[in-house]
Design a protein around this ligand. Structure first.
Ligand SMILES: Cc1cc2nc3c(=O)[nH]c(=O)nc-3n(C[C@H](O)[C@H](O)[C@H](O)COP(=O)(O)O)c2cc1C
Length: 327
């Protein structure tokens, strides 16, 4: 690392900042950085973000949707002071986040908007890692804006998503969040969350990062995770994410204006929200499929270019053609 790159004996310093409620993302990050943890020339420091107002797990239906206003307004939640030293010149920062209501989870938003984050990210290479059900596109756009503001340099993005198709994972995630039960269900639904094999395979990203960090050219030749299937955007979900994002912003604001969590006005707005939200999901999925099939010839080029845009910088290619691993 620094010994190769800059001729000094200092170890390469990697900071892993994350928030993970059930520990799933922590597990993903643990496998991802395994090769770095084993490397004698790298120091890895983990910084788990702790929200000032913790979220319950399992959730009740109302506490789950009461988290929506926190996701819409990044100033509502705060995080405990960091343990990591913001004055240290980190060679790489890995920022891990789960998506909540198509946005980064509130502790991540709170952290990104904080003063220490502005110091921490300035001029530093950053790899973002989303571990979620599968709808992270809009969340990552928000992360990109936050990093840009803090002058962080996004080198790569990894998204690791739940097993099962988009519809099944809505059911399995909601059941998991509301009951704590992750198991397969009714012979119809797979276990909730990311498949354990997928989590194990994340060490391939750590291998590529280790090779990259040891190059004298780090971090100028980014991205480093191309060819490893770091992300995969389903073009059919792009429209759903954009519509859902605007819909959730509207209701998040309405909930916040209605009053504090538990107040009767807020309960009424929440009831209205649920009465619209659940039918919207049930109705939107088949309508979206029919519309997309009908309009595919017209939309193909546009969707393809959006897919490529949202998959930047690391891409969905799985050919393992990462040039650095062959050095
Ligand atoms: C309130 C809430 C909202 C969520 N919304 C989304 C979402 O919009 N998109 C998505 O892919 N996953 C969503 N999820 C699932 C999370 O991204 C993640 O998979 C799950 O919370 C487990 O992550 P963790 O235990 O590592 O924090 C949501 C979870 C919660 C608790």
């Amino acid at each position: 690392m620094n010994v190769n790159r800059m001729g000094s004996k200092e170890k390469t310093k990697v900071l892993v900042v994350y928030y993970s409620q059930t520990g799933q993302l922590r597990n993903v990050l643990g496998h991802l950085v395994q090769p770095l943890l084993k490397a004698p020339d790298v120091d890895v420091v983990f910084e788990e973000l702790v929200p000032e107002r913790p979220y319950p797990f399992p959730w009740t239906l109302s506490s789950f949707f009461d988290a929506l206003p926190d996701c819409i307004d990044s100033t509502v939640q705060k995080v405990m002071p960091l343990k990591a030293d913001t004055a240290v010149s980190w060679d790489l920062i890995i920022l891990g986040y789960p998506a909540w209501f198509l946005r980064p989870a509130p502790p991540i938003q709170a952290f990104l908007a904080s003063e220490p984050a502005q110091k921490l990210f300035r001029g530093k290479p950053v790899v973002t890692v989303a571990a979620c059900r599968g709808m992270w596109i809009m969340a990552q756009e928000q992360i990109k804006r936050g990093l840009e503001k803090a002058q962080g340099v996004l080198t790569d993005h990894v998204a690791v998503v739940d097993q099962g198709n988009a519809v099944a994972s809505i059911v399995t995630t909601v059941r998991w969040m509301l009951t704590g039960n992750k198991g397969a269900w009714l012979g119809l639904f797979p276990p909730a969350g990311i498949h354990p094999d997928e989590i194990q395979r994340c060490s391939r990203f750590g291998d590529a990062l280790l090779t990259a960090l040891r190059q004298p050219t780090w971090p100028s030749q980014r991205p480093y995770l191309r060819g490893l299937g770091a992300v995969k955007v389903d073009p059919r979900l792009i429209a759903s994410e954009k519509i859902g994002h605007a819909f959730l912003r509207f209701f998040g604001r309405a909930l916040a204006h209605a009053g504090p969590a538990g107040s009767w006005r807020r309960r009424i707005v929440l009831g209205l929200f649920l009465a619209l939200f659940i039918p919207l999901i049930v109705v939107m999925v088949p309508i979206r499929m029919v519309l997309l099939r009908a309009l595919q010839p017209l939309l193909r080029t546009r969707l393809h270019s959006l897919k490529r845009q949202f998959e930047e910088p690391s891409g969905s290619d799985e050919s393992s053609g990462n040039p650095l691993t062959n050095l």
